[in-house]
Design a protein around this ligand. Structure first.
Ligand code: GLN
Length: 196
């Protein structure tokens, strides 16, 4: 099992630490070669797209010629986990932005849904099948609407903050900034299922 972590900007190091704690091997994707090498050696079983700034990560994906390759891998079933900006990059529609990026998940999202400055907070809420877990939100989006194949996994104050559609898992919050490993475990299980 080997997970690629997109390491262009944002909170990628924290994801790598979570995977280490779970005893799962990972590698950073900083340039096209990192991904090509892994794909050519059958060395990628899942991908994490971290939080950060979706506009910055989105631009770098194009500048570094990574965009199409990653999109195709996801469309071909590679398990992917997007947190915060990662969620925005995966969404089919962004309500308050005329851009969209990978557009592979049937969700409509609102960027900076809690406000830009004061939008950071911590809470605990239910993650379906796991129980109550810690959730750290940093200028987070939330999901306004989901397609029929999307399973809702968490809500906070009535807003959808975690969901899954087939091989795609997203959270508005940052599980990598807390010590609870359950969401990462959930993702690794998704990767295991595909690998079998
Ligand atoms: N506000 C950021 C964006 O729109 C996301 C913030 C985050 O990833 N913590 O991309």
């Amino acid at each position: 099992m080997k997970i690629g972590v997109l390491a262009l900007q944002g909170a990628f190091a924290e994801h790598i630490k979570m995977l280490e704690k779970l005893g799962v091997e990972s590698f950073e994707i900083r340039k096209k070669n990192d991904l090509d090498n892994a794909v050519n050696n059958n060395g990628i079983d899942g991908l994490i797209i971290p939080g950060g700034e979706s506009t910055v990560i989105g631009k770098l994906l194009y500048d570094l010629d990574l965009f199409d390759d990653i999109k195709n891998l996801i469309l071909n079933g590679l398990p992917v986990f997007g947190t915060c900006a990662g969620l925005i990059l995966l969404a089919k529609e962004i309500e308050n932005d005329n851009r969209s990026y990978f557009g592979v998940m049937d969700i409509k999202v609102r960027r900076n849904a809690y406000g830009r400055q004061l939008g950071s907070f911590f809470t605990k809420s239910e993650f379906k099948g796991i129980g109550v877990i810690p959730m750290t939100f940093i200028r987070a989006p939330y999901i306004l609407d989901v397609g029929e194949n999307v399973e809702i996994l968490s809500k906070v104050d009535g807003n959808i903050v975690a969901a899954r559609e087939n091989n795609i898992l997203v959270t508005s919050y940052h599980p990598e900034l807390n010590t609870d490993l359950n969401v990462h475990k959930f993702f690794i299980k998704m990767c295991d299922e595909v690998k079998k």
